[in-house]
Design a protein around this ligand. Structure first.
Ligand code: DAS
Length: 355
């Protein structure tokens, strides 16, 4: 078969381009994006609607197609796990998501995982994954405060940063991470602290690092147990025990505590005032919960600081557990996970010191 010099030159050029593209793809990390909904998948009626919009509208393939820069930093695949606003996620959703993350993390052709998520309960999902997914590969949870249709939307850069971090070898072994507003936060420490600004996610212990133009700058590493150092494994968890939160405030009555104590919960988080303090008139009600075999865990409604054991409340005397620096919603996540192994209050207190 005769081929003209021109044809042979074109064929050689095409082969070179194909091999270069393959080499480029092979050089890039493989990152899977698991989409669950939220504002990062939201859409508003006009560009000025930065706060009025519908969450969980845009599919993962459209999110990826709308960000061609991703293909320069990773080979990206998307999966639509859920399409909901995160305030509506359930404990069963948490189990499903974590099991999918765990399965993907075991695959040799997956280098990192990104979860796009609503910002309302992003902090709980990130902590749950950090406690239960046994992998040293980067897992990054990301959301946005504005929908992609809004002026100065933050989702695109947050997602670009998340994929960059998930594909970075130096992001491994740091627990589950959260990339919001140029910062790389610890999934354990971070909470949504402001509900109408893009600089919404804070940790009282500060971010682990920052990401600028696709480069990670690290300033600290987590010291609490997580992922491969965790004693918990999502592959061995089939259900999460029911744990609820009772809020403390001036004039509080025992109505909520009494009702929760009868509701079949397996632990009660008390979001107390100040140092996790409990109004003296409801101590007997909490003691009734404890003596019913339901561990009482003292957290605080105060965002920062940490609850001291036996400081203003006699925890040893009442056999209560303290949640340390965990906000009530985070304490609930750890309590659910811990209760899959033990309800012994001394063991629970150890777990709250270590995770
Ligand atoms: N409703 C919020 C949520 O899905 C929207 C957001 O901020 O992501 O968490």
């Amino acid at each position: 078969m005769y081929f003209s010099p021109r044809f042979r030159a074109l064929a050689a050029g095409a082969a070179f381009l194909a091999s270069s593209a393959l080499a480029h793809a092979q050089a890039l990390p493989n990152v899977v994006i698991l989409a669950t909904g939220g504002t990062i998948a939201g859409a508003g009626a006009s560009a000025i609607n930065s706060a009025t919009y519908a969450a969980a509208k845009v599919g993962v393939d459209k999110l990826i197609a709308g960000l061609p820069e991703l293909s320069k930093v990773a080979n990206v695949k998307g999966e639509q796990v859920f399409q909901v606003a995160s305030e509506s996620l359930t404990d069963d959703n948490l189990l499903t998501l974590a099991k999918r993350v765990s399965a993907l993390a075991k695959q040799g052709d997956v280098d990192g995982i990104v979860i796009t998520h609503g910002t309302d309960t992003l902090e709980e999902t990130a902590y749950f994954l950090s406690l239960t997914v046994r992998t040293a590969k980067p897992i990054v949870v990301v959301g946005s405060m504005r929908p992609g249709t809004a002026l100065s939307a933050d989702g695109a850069l947050n997602l670009y940063n998340a994929v960059n971090v998930a594909g970075s070898k130096d992001a491994g072994g740091k627990g589950v991470l959260v990339t919001m507003n140029d910062e790389i936060q610890s999934g354990r420490d971070v909470s949504k602290s402001i509900n109408i600004k893009t600089e919404a996610f804070k940790s009282q212990w500060g971010p682990l690092g920052m990401i600028v133009e696709g480069k990670n700058y690290w300033f600290r590493a987590p010291v609490k147990r997580h992922t491969t150092a965790s004693e918990f494994d999502i592959d061995n968890i089939t259900a999460l025990p029911l744990v609820e939160i009772a809020y403390g405030y001036e004039g509080v009555t025992s109505t909520a505590i009494d009702a929760l104590g009868q509701s079949g919960i397996k632990a009660l988080i008390h979001a107390g005032t100040g140092n996790g303090s409990v109004a003296n008139r409801i101590v007997p009600n909490l003691q009734k919960v404890s003596t019913a075999g339901i561990p009482v865990i003292r957290s605080s409604r105060v965002p920062d600081g940490f609850v001291l054991r036996n400081a203003e409340q006699p925890d040893d005397k009442y056999d209560w557990v303290v949640a340390h620096d965990l906000r009530p919603q985070k304490a609930r996540i750890l309590a659910m996970v811990a209760l899959t192994k033990t309800k012994d209050t001394r063991e629970l207190q150890r777990i709250f010191w270590e995770y």
